[in-house]
Design a protein around this ligand. Structure first.
Ligand code: SAM
Length: 200
């Protein structure tokens, strides 16, 4: 893939999606398990599958999002019985995911081609992040892309950042990336890793 190729060095900080993918690629190894907490159009699920992830649990509350994700995986020849697309809120993820996971991806906000009324919400997002941290393996990564330009987005982002800032520093590293000189509320990224040797 492009991020491993010495010939094609891309400018990975020009776009939040590519930046998030770069981090994911460093934490995920072929054969591992990942969660896409917000499937949407399936771009992140496809990216996880392309990285060689064996088992993927994908969540969305909109059937059309799961259909789009399945189609995107099929188009790339990546759909398999190891990929579980689940029509439920990510705040319930531990009802479905019964194994430790290496990576959990969130892409907050609303589905671009769909109703802006159906959007991730502060309360359920915080619950889902807590659930995700309970599933994370030592050395695993939680990657959250946040948007503040839509109604409720700023409040959600602030709450997620406050939550991350209060995490126990003996167990977690939390890093926040934002595109300082971009306009119109560019996406921002929060990365949380569970340190090795602390148990989960
Ligand atoms: N990652 C997606 C992609 O690659 O296309 C984009 C995700 S979109 C920004 C956010 C998605 O979160 C929407 O599809 C929306 O339906 C979904 N969503 C909203 N609330 C949710 C919840 N409680 N649990 C799971 N998904 C939720």
């Amino acid at each position: 893939m492009w991020y491993n190729s010495p010939m094609k060095k891309k400018n990975i900080i020009q776009n939040a999606t590519q930046t998030a993918l770069l981090f994911l690629s460093q934490y995920l190894h072929p054969g591992e398990t990942a969660v896409d907490a917000t499937c949407g159009n399936g771009h992140d699920t496809v990216a996880l599958a392309k990285l060689g992830t064996k088992t993927i649990y994908g969540f969305d509350i909109q059937p059309q999002a799961l259909d789009a994700t399945k189609e995107a995986l099929c188009r790339e020849g990546l759909y398999s019985h190891h990929i579980h697309l689940i029509l439920d809120g990510h705040e319930n993820m531990r009802q479905y995911v019964k194994e430790p996971v290496q990576v959990v991806v969130f892409n907050l906000g609303y589905l671009p081609s769909s109703s802006k009324e159906i959007v991730t919400k502060t309360e359920t997002t915080l619950k889902a992040i807590s659930e995700a941290l309970m599933l994370l393996k030592e050395g695993g990564l939680l990657c959250i892309t946040m948007y503040s330009g839509h109604p409720g987005g700023q409040e959600e982002k602030d709450a997620v950042l406050s939550f991350a800032a209060a995490l126990d520093k003996t167990r977690y590293h939390a890093v926040y990336l934002n595109m300082l000189n971009q306009r119109n509320h560019p996406p921002e990224i929060l990365l949380i890793t569970l340190k090795r040797g602390v148990g989960n």
